[in-house]
Design a binder for this molecule. Structure first.
Ligand code: NAP
Length: 288
């Protein structure tokens, strides 16, 4: 069997186009405040790409670049200002922050209705309890890929390898919400290949290059590779692509699979947050 290759670039392009259409229909363009602290080269590139794609979709770029030695209190004050600013409909605090800053406390300070990364404890709680809210971009992008390729979710067995707050846990919850039967694996899971072989849908988000080989994949399963690693031969994922594509029914490549979806879903979240804000303003107007 040769797997269908899930084309994340194409799906991401179609999400970006639909976001641009939605933005054009809004009475006021959404505004995204990316917050970059310091000059870490990788973070600078990520933020530049996010800003570029936002502008291309018609979203206003309200970027803030802050010095690497900014203090906890000063950064908290910037977040408070962005929370209060009606032109800012989405806030993204680029991680990792310099080591002297308490990232968890700063993320928790972001207004959950502007939390376009979906990482505040309130956003996580909304997801866990099945309430509407902003979802973390990477796992939301995985769901978009599964839907784009019409992978049946209801009743399917999904195995998620990884239990991080950023990917694994929200991924499992999003799948559960769609009535998949979900197993979560982690570094203490016994016989990982045997558990993975039970999966109709296998999502690898462990951060270990080549962790998933063909012995871990049931023939015909859908394999989504969230991992990204830069090696001597370029980028690779958590899945041994060459081995697994001969067994899987469908597979995401690295690069060109999950990666492009993350920024596309950030754009979608930014529009969603802008709509939430419009509704809140309308509701407060109607109540007064
Ligand atoms: P993380 O915070 O390091 O979490 C990794 C998870 O994998 C942990 O839960 C860990 O288990 C588990 N794990 C580690 N080694 C394992 C093993 N040998 N067997 C089974 N489970 C194992 O990483 P993350 O932030 O979730 O990211 C995961 C990967 O996705 C990374 O490669 C990252 O670069 C990539 N990523 C890609 C995107 C994208 O846009 N494509 C976005 C985010 C992340 P324990 O909890 O037991 O330690």
């Amino acid at each position: 069997m040769t797997a269908t290759v899930i084309d994340g670039k194409a799906v991401a392009a179609s999400v970006r186009e639909s976001v641009a259409r939605e933005v054009a229909e809004l009475p006021v363009a959404p505004g995204l405040a990316t917050v970059l602290v310091g000059d870490d080269p990788a973070s600078s590139v990520y933020v530049r790409n996010k800003r570029r794609q936002c502008v291309a979709a018609g979203i206003r770029d309200l970027h803030r670049h802050l010095p690497a030695d900014i203090g906890q209190h000063a950064l908290a004050t910037v977040i408070d200002e962005l929370n209060a600013d009606p032109t800012v409909t989405g806030i993204l605090l680029q991680l990792p922050l310099p080591a002297h800053l308490d990232s968890a406390a700063l993320i928790a300070r972001i207004d959950p209705d502007k939390d376009v990364d979906g990482l505040t404890p309130i956003s996580a709680g909304r997801l866990a309890q099945g309430h509407p809210g902003l979802r973390p971009c990477t796992p939301a992008g995985v769901m978009e890929l599964l839907d784009a390729y019409r992978v049946p979710l209801e009743g399917s067995h999904a195995v998620v390898v990884g239990r991080s707050t950023l990917v694994g846990k929200p991924q499992a919850q999003l799948l559960l919400q769609r009535n998949a039967t979900v197993t979560i694996c982690h570094s203490r899971t016994r016989d990982l290949p045997a558990v993975c072989r039970e999966a109709d849908i296998l999502i690898a988000a462990a951060g270990v290059p080549g962790l998933i080989g063909s012995a871990a994949v049931w023939p015909g399963a859908t394999v989504i590779d969230v991992g990204i690693h830069r090696g001597a031969d370029g980028l690779c994922g958590d899945v041994d692509y060459e081995q697994v594509r001969g067994v899987a029914g469908a597979i995401t490549p690295v690069p060109g699979g999950v990666g492009p979806m993350t920024i596309a879903m950030l754009l979608r979240n930014t529009v969603h947050a802008a709509r939430l804000r419009m509704r809140a303003v309308e509701a407060s107007g109607a109540a007064s």
